[in-house]
Ligand binder design. Sequence first.
Ligand SMILES: CC(C)(COP(=O)(O)OP(=O)(O)OC[C@H]1O[C@@H](n2cnc3c(N)ncnc32)[C@H](O)[C@@H]1OP(=O)(O)O)[C@@H](O)C(=O)NCCC(=O)NCCS
Length: 167
Amino acid sequence: MTTVGHEHLLIRPAHECEATEIARLNNLFAVEHLMLRRTPEQVALAIDDFLVAVDERGRIRACGALKEYSPSVAEVAAIAVAPEAQGNGLGREVVAAVEALAIKRGVMHVFALTLQPAFFEAIGYQRVDRARYPEKIRRDCLSCARRFACNEICFAKVLRVDAALAA
Ligand SMILES: CC(C)(COP(=O)(O)OP(=O)(O)OC[C@H]1O[C@@H](n2cnc3c(N)ncnc32)[C@H](O)[C@@H]1OP(=O)(O)O)[C@@H](O)C(=O)NCCC(=O)NCCS
């Protein structure tokens, strides 16, 4: 349980029955091109990779996912905080939970492609060249409608087990 602002929230693995609500939260920001659009079916297929932050009434206030590209590299993806819950440290907590999941799966190197560079800088990520992640480019970027006009910035972090234990 974590306290963010005045709310008590639990960050935990998502359940398949939450796929529609996760997609709805994600797609709030797809309209502004801040996130990739995801259907409930796409979320359901990857549900084991999703985490959610739920309030005491069971409402999803934030989500995030770990998308693995190789045994050692994964993307911190689908990070979204409900508009009314933003600015209270919940985004940071969700990314930390996704990082802890990465460590649990033995992945020590994570990256993110984002239009929110100040957020990732504030939470300890380093700006890097996306060419470091050819798996990502092959799997997602080459088929993306915005591939010739992409302004997403790539960030990366090498995770440390001791930091995760202390969190
Ligand atoms: C980006 C987002 C996840 C941040 O979540 P949040 O809960 O508001 O962020 P936090 O309160 O945890 O902020 C953590 C740090 O990042 C900074 N930060 C967060 N968003 C920021 C922004 N847009 N610009 C500048 N700094 C920002 C905060 O100031 C804070 O820094 P501090 O600890 O030094 O004070 C949230 O705004 C969101 O869901 N946005 C829409 C979807 C999106 O763009 N997702 C990212 C996809 S990769």
